[in-house]
Ligand binder design. Structure first.
Ligand code: AMP
Ligand code: MG
Length: 296
């Protein structure tokens, strides 16, 4: 009988696990069920980079990622050309969860034509005088577009809640406004996907420390990063309730294990490609008879 050493067997299991989760990706595992209470703290933030790397020779991750990215590129081109459907990807997560990083890596593989990333920070004075969806709606994708939101309308059921600026009755009503808004987008032909990038508090500590230490990363730091970290359990509670209240078949939430950047990026690329595939995209009909063209 062929026997492997515990070490190589360990590596084999790990690779097999990665192959299984990524090639027969059952996205429903990470999908939040509507109205289904859950505890974020019980969900995995792993696999970590150390688990998923750097076994140079047998490292299949770049290849898997490239495959997903190629698929994504082709499908996005069809979305752009067809102009009959759109896609909105909402990215949420604690500071350093990888919202900027995943936008950089996943979307560097698609043409900037028809793709738009929008970031939402603390509302301006003007924005505060409007309803919370006002600034969001005007940045929603048009048909033919893919928009990625780095933070979103969900901030309005998180920050003011955790900071004690609004009462429960207000955030419960906001869940309804959000559900109706996302239903409106869906009816307009926009597929809505929402991802919570799930990192552990220990991983955030490492990433915040790296930002403190690196002059090229210090610009990203804000005082609120540290005060929000103090409120970690409150944010997790606010997130899990908001996700359970607003995950629907038309606008599902996914909890993406995000301690590993490679895994996170692969997951997002797969999820997007899979979603676009299900949208039955097509190139527009030809506007004239191509066979009649004679090139001189
Ligand atoms: P960052 O995305 O980390 O660069 O910073 C944006 C900051 O703006 C974060 O601290 C967010 O929590 C905050 N923010 C975004 N939207 C809102 C909102 N609607 N209300 C309050 N704070 C917000
Ligand atoms: Mg921040």
């Amino acid at each position: 009988m062929h026997r492997e050493s515990p070490n190589s067997f360990g590596i084999y299991c790990r690779r097999r696990y990665i192959q299984v989760i990524m090639t027969h990706i059952d996205l429903s595992t990470w999908r939040v069920k509507a109205e289904h209470a859950f505890q974020l703290k019980n969900l995995a933030t792993l696999p970590t980079d150390s688990e998923t790397s750097k076994d140079a020779e047998n490292d299949e991750w770049p290849e898997l990622f490239q495959k997903a990215a190629d698929k994504l590129e082709k499908l996005q081109l069809m979305l752009h050309a067809g102009k009959s459907k759109g896609l909105l990807l909402v990215l949420q997560g604690m500071d350093t969860a990888g919202k900027d990083g995943s936008i950089r890596s996943v979307f560097s593989h698609v043409s900037p034509l028809g793709v738009r990333a929008e970031a939402f920070g603390v509302p301006s004075e003007e924005e505060k005088r409007h309803d919370f969806l006002w600034r969001i709606h005007r940045k929603a994708p048009a048909l033919g577009e893919m928009a990625i939101f780095n933070r979103s309308h969900y901030e309005d059921v998180l920050v003011p809640r955790v900071r004690g600026w609004i009462d429960k009755s207000v955030w419960l009503k906001r869940y309804q406004h959000i559900a109706n808004f996302e239903a409106l987008l869906h009816d307009q032909g926009i597929t809505v996907l929402k991802c919570y990038l799930h990192i552990s508090k220990q991983e955030q500590k490492k990433r915040l420390q790296a930002r403190l230490d690196d002059p090229l990363k210090q610009w990203k730091l804000q005082g609120s990063d540290f005060s929000d970290r103090q409120l970690w359990p409150d944010y997790l509670e606010a997130y899990q309730e908001a996700m359970a209240a607003t995950s629907s078949s038309n606008a599902p939430w996914y909890v993406v294990p995000a301690d590993s950047k490679r895994y996170r990026d692969l997951f997002l690329a797969e999820l997007l490609a899979h979603t676009l595939e299900k949208m039955d995209l097509a190139f527009p009909p030809k506007s004239f008879d191509l066979s009649s063209v004679q090139l001189d």
